[in-house]
Design a protein. Structure first.
Length: 167
């Protein structure tokens, strides 16, 4: 079902009408389900998604981290971060820590501007009850670009955080 949710996320959750009927999914997306369940509408330029139990975390390019909990998009964002409005920049990737249930760590990748230059950084966010408690910079001064900033984040099977960068 995660593949079906991702399919819906990538193909326009922000433009679907409220209470739409199930959408048929091609076999190449998932062989275990024949419909997509829409979990959120009206997201602004969603960029990345990750899962933790009954919570789904979504980044919006404009700097917001949104939470879908028990199938409902919460009205208030978990956080609104200051980002730059660049073609392929902003709040990009998100990754839930493998031990999220114990530590409540989320990692995000964002683009910002400093002295007229674009840069990227990775933050570790501590979440509690769908609110930001603390944000720490864990990697900074990743060269940015007006064209591509990368930003995908993923934990590997070795428990390490991996990131893509642009050029």
């Amino acid at each position: 079902i995660a593949g079906a949710i991702i399919f819906a996320f990538l193909y326009g959750l922000d433009i679907l009408p409220s209470n739409p009927p199930p959408i048929p999914v091609p076999d190449v997306v998932s062989s275990n389900t024949d419909f997509v369940q829409v979990l959120a509408i009206n997201l602004e330029k969603p960029r990345a998604i990750d899962f933790a139990g009954d919570k789904i975390f979504v980044t919006e390019k404009i700097g917001r981290i949104r939470v879908i909990e028990s199938g409902v998009l919460l009205e208030e964002p978990l956080a609104t971060l200051r980002t730059v409005n660049a073609f392929d920049g902003g709040l990009l990737g998100i990754a839930v820590h493998p031990d999220f249930a114990e530590n409540h760590f989320l990692y995000v990748y964002l683009t910002y501007e400093n002295n007229g230059k674009l840069w990227n950084k990775i933050l570790r966010i501590t979440e509690s009850e769908n609110k930001l408690v603390e944000a720490d910079i864990i990697f900074d001064n990743i060269p940015g670009s007006a064209f591509s900033n990368g930003g995908a984040l993923k934990f590997g099977p070795d428990g390490k955080l991996y990131s893509s960068t642009g050029s």
